[in-house]
Write a protein that binds this ligand. Sequence first.
Ligand code: K80
Length: 449
Amino acid sequence: KVTLLHGSHRTGKRTDAAMEKWRGHGLGQFIHWGLYAIPGGAWNGKQYNGAAEWIRSWNGIPKSTYDSLNYSFNPTAFDAKSWAKTAKQMGAKYVTFTTKHHDGFCLWPSKYTKYTVANSPYKKDIVKAVVDAYDQEGIDVILYFSVMDWNHPDWRYDIKSKEDSIAFERFKKFTRNQLIELLTNYPTVKGLWFDGTWDTSWVKQAAFADELETEMRKLRPGLIIGSRFRADENGKRHFDSNGVLMGDYEQGWERKIPSRIEDVHGNDWDCVMTVPENQWGYNAAWNGHIKTGLELIEMTARCVSLGGNFVLNFGPKGDGSIRQEELKLAAEIGDWMKINQQAIYNCGYAGYDKQDWGYFSKKTGTDKIYMLVFNVPVSGALRIKTPAKTVIKKASLLADATETFTPEQISGDEYFLHLKKGTHPQPFVIVLETAPGQQSNGVKYEKAK
Ligand SMILES: Cc1ccc([C@@H]2N[C@@H](C)[C@@H](O)[C@H]2O)cc1
């Protein structure tokens, strides 16, 4: 172990109520919205296939032209209440919303730069509208903030000269001021989701970033900050030089999901996911594989079964409306969640061996186990291998408790649940009531009462 001043300040999961609540969300919504939604991945008739929110970094659109898009920003169809209703119907328990992406355009009227929504035809405070609308729906708000700021004259990729150092000191003050401003203007937000923290200039700011994180946590007790905000004094990110997670949860699962429990190292984590392969901001032309509702429901189940949250991204258009494909997905996911949400909310890793038919989750603080079935075997027999000294008291369909299953024990801790023949057009959930105990071998159960 090395001595660190600016490494992780905590080992193991946070146990406070704010983090317990975050841990139990299961399903969240990401929203990427900003000036990049105006070009929507194309410029002068040329379509770009990279991530649309990065269009400023391609040569097809002159940077000065992009930077002046704030004068064209007038989202007449923007209605935060309808966004929040869509999230509610989907079953999202929290939203992560872009206050400022890499282009530096602020969706709140920041006092520390002119490059904000206040200097656009729209004028009004979009962050406030989103925070208020989602608060009203009972959906927690986390604010996305990009440290990297292509618009700010004092941003540097690295600090190579005295001039760089003087400029970057100004930038550090600016960044701190904006973060304190966000936490002061929007006191109900539950956390900050940092991005744009990989450049050498920021990675060198271990002490500053550590002090800033401490200041923010003091200002907002319970604030949730992920592993991507700061590096330790050796430049180690996400995990410090002793391999301990920085921040409150691992933020590395961007467009990817852990495949097994060992991958999450006993930490909290979220997976943030795009509907197309790699588009966060609105891209008019969705090319390549577009994930279906069933795929996204399975990703949600997989994340929850491994103790994480699944956060699905929406990229509203330049006019502020949400595209039809995303509304349809939100409805499909919501329909499934209405029936099966018990297996997602306040659930986590069950400690059962992964089976081919799908995923286990466990209701936190109980012995209730959910089987989220996606792949019904031709045999109709769902294999269960319980952890040692666990007895299955009852098995029934979550959607209809009168449909029960009599587990057939096939070895000391292995069972089959036999499904009735028939089709399963939608993934379904079986609830197992379990209790600690030892089951005698090979005995067929009494029919569950
Ligand atoms: C290499 C890379 C940099 C930044 C990103 C940003 N993180 C996502 C959450 C989006 O904001 C994307 O623009 C993605 C990939």
